[in-house]
Design a protein around this ligand. Structure first.
Ligand code: KG4
Ligand code: ZN
Length: 340
């Protein structure tokens, strides 16, 4: 049976709509919001207004690009949370209206769950036989702007968090360190870009000592802040003269912290199927070091294509697809949730 799902993602500052047929991506349209750049971070009120402006053209384009008609859609899946409430509200309201108008089921999706299930999308124009998906149980290092978790994935719907950050997320560490250096928002991709010309061993930052499989990134951010403050006292041009090395060194430290606990998690569980997910999994140093670590440890690894790493609606649609299989539909009284 062919199942066509429209996915809607509006949890933060990207408005996205995607169509998948069974597990194949037919379209995945993302409208980025430039309005936040001038403020050095996402302004929630501006984000929800931009979602309101974007959502109808983005959905229209996703349907057109997929080469389908509205009446071909079997269900609409939307991000219920976690995220910015005003932004989530736009996607939720749109999805309800669309479901009523087209008399199709509504499916709520947890954004983090979707990042993980992005591994099961079959990208457009690929031969399904050449695609390798993680086998259950696998470990997923989920690293985004708001979350850093090591999760054992037993099944599409059964997941167990075995480690997580006790304060800032890895993405936040990237973004906050970028801000300290005066780099424009979003800081993570900027650090990644500038680090390519830098020396990752130039500056040493101490690693946190947190027990078990948990993480902490707030101490690193503070250490970076004090380090920069002290250097600026000696040389007011310190940042401008050393930006690539600073970016490479902080990036190296964050990646090192992430992978250290991931290695421990693999050892403790005995699981060798390991995946990355979330916006920070777009980081080139993380992707590279993860691949090297996998060779040393004999892991089978799974790294999402870049367009499925950062926020996108194809991951919402694939999660909707699996919920559709279970006929796990959502009541129209549903409200978005900032925290889940
Ligand atoms: O998953 P995501 O797109 O949104 C959330 O669910 O939070 O993740 C966004 C985070 C931001 O902190 C952003 O700076 C970070 O992912 N990020 C990166 C890169 N691309 C996105 N961090 C480091 N290097 C990148 N290339
Ligand atoms: Zn995300």
């Amino acid at each position: 049976m062919s199942v066509v799902i429209l996915g809607i993602e509006s949890s933060c500052d990207d408005t996205s709509a995607a169509i998948i047929r069974n597990r194949v991506e037919l379209s995945n349209v993302i409208a980025n919001q430039d309005v936040h750049r001038a403020y050095g971070g996402v302004v929630p009120e501006l984000a929800s207004r931009a979602h309101q402006q974007n959502i109808i053209p983005v959905v229209d384009y996703a349907i057109k690009k997929a080469g389908i008609k509205k009446h071909d859609i079997d269900a609409i899946a939307f991000t219920r949370g976690p995220g910015l409430l005003g932004s989530l509200l736009v996607g939720t309201s749109f999805a309800k209206g669309f479901a009523i108008m087209n008399q199709i089921p509504l499916i709520e999706v947890n954004h983090l769950h979707a990042h993980i299930l992005s591994h099961f999308i079959i990208p457009k124009d690929t031969n399904p036989a050449e695609i390798h998906h993680p086998e259950f149980p696998f470990i997923c290092l989920l690293v985004s702007g708001g979350h850093t978790q090591i999760i054992v994935i037993h099944d599409y719907f059964e997941m167990e968090v075995i480690g997580q950050t006790i304060d800032d997320a890895a993405g936040e560490a990237f973004d906050k360190c970028a801000k300290i250096m005066g780099l424009p928002y979003p800081g993570g991709p900027m650090i990644d870009k500038l680090a390519k010309q830098g020396d990752a061993t130039k500056y040493e930052f101490t690693r946190p000592s947190i027990k078990d499989l948990d993480y902490s990134f707030s101490g690193l951010k503070t250490a970076f802040l004090y380090f920069i403050r002290d250097e600026l006292k000696q040389n007011p041009d310190f940042i401008q003269q050393n930006t690539p090395d600073l970016c490479a060194s902080i990036q190296h430290t964050i990646v090192d912290i992430l992978l250290h606990k991931l290695v421990l998690a693999a050892q403790e569980t005995g699981i060798r199927e390991i995946a990355l997910a979330g916006g920070v999994s777009a980081n080139s140093a993380l992707r590279k070091t993860f691949t090297e670590t996998a060779k040393e440890n004999n892991w089978n690894i799974y790294i999402p294509p870049l367009r499925y790493s950062t926020d996108n609606a194809a991951m919402i649609a694939i999660t909707g697809y699996y919920k559709y299989q279970k006929q796990d539909f959502t009541d129209f009284n549903i409200v978005p949730k900032a925290r889940m």
